[in-house]
Every structure is written in C-alpha cells, then in structure tokens.
Design a protein around this ligand. Structure first.
Ligand code: MRU
Length: 351
C-alpha cells in the first residue's frame, strides 16, 4: 500500500501526485521550503493531507533551525508558519494545523529548545495518526448512508491520497464496501487538474472497488438514467451555516443531485469545519494558473492568448447538503445548530 505522506529522518516523504497514475514515485522534502513548494505545486493536495504536510514541514523547519534560545527559535518558527500559510488559501485544515503547532510551541516555551524541537515533531506525527483514525470513524458513521447496492458518484479526490490514509468521501465508500455493500463508483474526471480520473480511479482500482470514470459533463446524464443512488464528496472548508467549499464543479453536482432527488453528502474531519466563517461567501477561493485549463499533459487545448478563469473551488449552499459526515457524527440541517453541537462533542481517540 502506498503512503501519501510520511515523516522520515531525512524529511517529509510524499507520493508525487502530479505524476500519477503514470508513475508511482516519491519525493523527499528535506527543508520546510521544499514542503511549502510541494503543497503549492500540488505534489501533495487534499485538505487533510495539506494540513498534516504543513505540520510536518513546520516540525522539519524547526528541527533544523539554528538557535539556543526560545526567542531565536520563535522568530524562525513564525517565519516558517508564515511561509506555510501562504501556500494555498482555501483548505482551512492548513490554518488549523498551523494554529495547533503554534499552540504546542507556546505550551512548551519554558522548556529547553531541544525538547521543543522533539515535541513538535511528535505533535505532527500525532496529527498524522489522528487523521487516519478520524477517517476510519467517518467511514463507520457514513457507511450506513450509502445504498446497499448501486452507483455512488464522487467528485475530485477525497481518498487516501487526499489524507493520511483511507480517505474521507472514499473512506465512507471503502467502509460501505468492507461492510458488504455492492457499490459502483462514478468518478468525475474533475477538470482541470483531473484528480478524479488520475487519482480517485487509481486508488479505487488498487482496492478492487468497481469504478467508472466519467467526464464532468456526463454526471447529469448518469443521474437521469438512474445510475447514481447517492453522491459523496469531500470538503476544503465548511462554514458555520453548512455551506461547503470543495473542488470546482461540486456545486454543479449538488444542484443536479437535488434535481434528481439523489442525496448529496459531504464527508470531512472536524478540522475542515470553520465556525469562524459564518457562510460560504466569506471563504477565500484560490485562483490557479490559466495553463491548467489551456493545456493537458503539456499540450495546448485552447488557442494561445484566450481569456481563462480557473477558480480551484466553488461553494455549495447548505440547502443542497443532505448530511455532513464527520468523525464525531453526522450533522443534519439546520447546520448552525448541528455543527455547533458536534463542536462540543468528544473527538476520536487514536486506536
Ligand atoms: O485542489 P485539491 O486537489 O487540493 O482539492 C481537493 C478537494 O477539493 C478535495 O475534495 C478536498 O480537499 C477534500 S480531501 C479529503
């Protein structure tokens, strides 16, 4: 089995997602700048994986930072955290992870610097294990919502490759299949970066889960033909009112699902819920390079100089979301209340 990301003594080891599915290769980031660059270039991507990669990058930067006094270390620590915060703006897990590393640093600020360095590495490793445990719990909570047999459509990649393992939306599908459900996955190819065809199909195929790749514009036809019984996707940020930012095209899928009376579920760890953001209109949407749209595998598919828009995410209004599957339970509308209740619930333990 592949590992999406991993702490090693040499640095943060990542499966290079820009090269999948043609090549399964790994990249070891030896500095925190390398980790930041890998997040920016989407060598590692997916909200939970970005968060833990950033935490590991911070731990790496601090481990190798010079300084015998906490004040020197803190200066470097702030610089590292700022670099990480500037990589990608939408996935709130990144900022959650930075906040958590900061809190750990501050809690240890009276300790010898060597201990701070060690403990921050341990904190990042803990986050890694917690993410896998959260995904498994999400799987248990969400599997019951999946049909006992039939098609389940997903958009982008919210699988093992987008997390530390098992996946959020794909974790729910995996748990349902492990529980004996006969699910056939429809994977939207997810233009322009093709996370669906390149990554979701790759990892589901490895697991032997029946999967059909469709171009994004085929989802409505599949639904109208009765091939899709449920939709489950991941999220990059969930606002306090239940609005969901996820990969561009998710909104279209949600509207189509409503039109066809198909339940649309979102699966995400609680670290994706941003109670400080009241609704989706306040979620910053990353704009990426035009080249991702105008070129496929280095070849032009649009005339040179044409105008392009490339928002990486869209916002699905809460009214389209049948349930938000988290490791703490499933939130149902009205989300202002259910998300607040889950915020007070206990989190899962690492087994
Ligand atoms: O641009 P990406 O590939 O990082 O976007 C990923 C998504 O939109 C995922 O659906 C989301 O991060 C959830 S991953 C468990």
């Amino acid at each position: 089995m592949f590992k999406t990301l991993e702490w090693t003594d040499e640095g943060v080891r990542l499966i290079d997602q820009t090269r999948l599915p043609a090549e399964e290769s790994y990249l070891t980031c030896a500095t925190y700048e390398d980790v930041a660059d890998a997040i920016r270039r989407m060598v590692v991507r997916g909200a939970p994986a970005i968060g833990v990669a950033a935490a590991m990058g911070i731990a790496l930067g601090l481990r190798d930072a010079e300084g015998d006094h906490v004040s020197e270390l803190r200066r470097k620590f702030d610089e590292i955290c700022e670099t990480m915060a500037e990589t990608r703006p939408t996935a709130v897990n990144l900022f959650w992870a930075i906040r958590r590393m900061r809190a750990r640093f501050e809690a240890l600020s009276d300790e010898p610097v060597e201990r701070i360095r060690r403990e921050l590495v341990a904190e990042a490793q803990r986050m890694y294990l917690e993410d896998i445990a959260a995904n498994e719990a999400m799987g248990r909570n969400g599997a019951v919502l999946m049909p006992s047999a039939g098609g389940v459509l997903t958009h982008c990649n919210a699988g093992a490759l987008a997390t530390c393992g098992y996946g959020t939306a794909l974790g729910v599908i995996r748990a349902a299949v492990e529980g004996g459900k006969k699910i056939h996955v429809y994977a939207d190819e997810t233009r322009p970066f093709l996370q669906g065809s390149r990554l979701t199909a790759w990892e589901l195929q490895k697991d032997g889960i029946p999967t059909t790749v469709i171009a994004d514009n085929m989802a409505g036809a599949m639904m109208s033909q009765g091939k899709v019984a449920a939709v489950v996707v991941g999220a990059d940020r969930i606002a306090a009112n239940g609005d969901v930012a996820n990969k561009i095209g998710t909104y279209t899928v949600a509207v189509l699902a409503r039109e066809h009376g198909i339940p649309f579920y979102v699966a995400a760890p609680f670290s994706t819920v941003d109670l400080d953001t009241p609704d989706g209109s306040r979620i910053p949407i990353e704009q990426r390079a035009s080249r991702e749209v105008t070129h496929i595998a280095g070849k032009p598919v649009a005339p040179e100089g044409v105008k392009v828009e490339n928002p990486a995410f869209d916002v699905t209004p809460a009214k389209y979301v049948a349930g938000i599957i988290t490791e703490r339970g499933v939130a149902r509308p009205p989300y202002e209340e259910s998300l607040k209740q889950l915020a007070e619930a206990a989190t899962v333990e690492i087994s």
